[in-house]
Ligand binder design. Structure first.
Ligand code: GLA
Length: 392
């Protein structure tokens, strides 16, 4: 979306407002290459931001209220919201995401004067590519600029996460908000979700290989899914381990696999042992993937992606027939190096690495087989890693 069209569209929605704009902003979406469901366990993750994203234009108004419009939910029309932010989230409303961020700023005494917000996004709906974090981050960078709060990027990421945890009510970890703000072209972000230290890993694949996203088109809704249940199960495992330890753990990912094996015996439920197994082994797979990427061993990266999916499917149980079908087809299709679900799961997208000259055949194979098994038809997107959120 070019800036002039964006501003023109914003001005036509808020046609009664002649003020000059405060600014225009963009935040991408993200794909996680590996390290799934371990950000909230203090593990390592390896996401990258992609070109799908959310655009925002803010225009100050003279009305004493904030007004919001999203081009993606036009039938909701323009929503009016109080500048003092004293209202709770309204279940399932899209504007909870930007409004919760405005509230975060308000609570820190950075009060935005009454403004009109125009949003436009091209992230496929409910695709698990983190449209919610994209809206939160684009709002956070906009408010930081407009209110002259001068907060550093990590503070903005934490406020966006806090909006999601405390206002929207989703217990997500920090990966999405972080990846969207810190993304960099041709890089993946290796983030330690315990210390929040990070580094950039070259994400330059061999010339003949490309990442390909496959959207199951089974909508995923993490608020209603078992996401929060998984967070609680991990908290329960941590509690049981800490009961028998002198130096208490903060996160499960502080343990390596030998320590995990020792502690497994104190967990009385087979289900919790499987959850634990996923968390610790997935963390190890992130290190191995980074090593493999650095060494140019792309086949090894692919095997780790398949192993990650297997663990998410059987041990952590956050996949589903749609994602499993795609990964199963990927395993049996020539030229597919690796594939796995990406993001929260229960639908949404799978990420695959595919030989460029086999992409067409892979798309055809999935398109032929997947709808018969699942009743959904898939979509495909060729992606690469792009820069993070910015003023445009
Ligand atoms: C969602 C959450 C993230 C992360 C992933 C799973 O995208 O928002 O914090 O937990 O699921 O890795």
């Amino acid at each position: 979306m070019d800036k002039n069209t964006l501003i023109h569209n914003a001005k036509s929605v808020f046609h009664d407002n002649d003020n000059p704009i405060s600014g225009a902003y963009f935040a991408p979406s993200r794909v996680n290459l590996i390290g799934e469901h371990i950000d909230y366990n203090g593990g390592y993750v390896l996401p990258f931001s992609i070109s799908f994203g959310t655009w925002l234009v803010v225009i100050p108004n003279n009305l004493g209220i904030h007004r919001m419009f999203s081009e993606n939910v036009p039938d909701k029309g323009v929503c009016s919201l109080p500048v003092d932010c004293f209202i709770p989230a309204v279940p399932n409303e899209w504007y909870n995401y930007p409004f919760g961020v405005i509230k975060e700023f308000y609570n820190k005494h950075f009060v935005l004067s009454p403004s009109d917000f125009y949003f436009f996004g091209n992230i496929p709906m409910a695709s698990g590519l983190s449209s919610s974090a994209s809206i939160e981050d684009v709002t956070a960078i906009a408010l930081n600029d407009i209110t002259k709060a001068r907060l550093d990027t990590l503070s903005l990421v934490k406020m966006a996460k806090s909006c999601e945890n405390n206002f929207v009510g989703m217990n997500c970890g920090i990966m999405d908000q972080f990846a969207i703000c810190f993304g960099k072209k041709n890089k993946a972000v290796l983030l330690n979700c315990n210390s929040l230290d990070y580094s950039y890993i070259d994400f330059i694949l061999p010339d003949d290989v490309t990442p390909l996203l496959i959207n199951t088109n089974k909508p995923h809704n993490l608020i209603e899914s078992k996401y929060n249940e998984r967070c609680e199960e991990c908290a329960e495992i941590l509690k049981s381990i800490n009961e028998v330890r002198k130096d208490k753990l903060i996160y499960l990912c502080e343990l390596n696999s030998e320590e995990m094996d020792r502690y497994k015996t104190i967990l009385h439920s087979e289900k919790l042992r499987r959850r634990f197994n996923h968390v610790v082994t997935e963390n190890m797979r992130v290190f191995e993937t980074v090593e493999a990427l650095k060494a140019g061993k792309i086949d090894r990266v692919g095997r780790l992606m398949f192993a990650s999916h297997h663990s998410l499917r059987y041990d952590y149980e956050v996949s589903g027939i749609e994602l499993d079908t795609i990964v199963d087809i990927a395993k049996n299709t020539e030229g597919v190096i690796g594939a796995r679900m990406t993001g929260g799961g229960f639908g949404g997208c799978a990420i695959s690495l595919v030989k460029k000259n086999k992409v067409e055949n892979f798309i055809k194979t999935v398109s032929d087989k997947y709808p018969n098994i699942t009743g959904f038809s898939p979509s495909f997107y060729l992606v690469c890693s792009e820069d993070g959120a910015k003023k445009i």
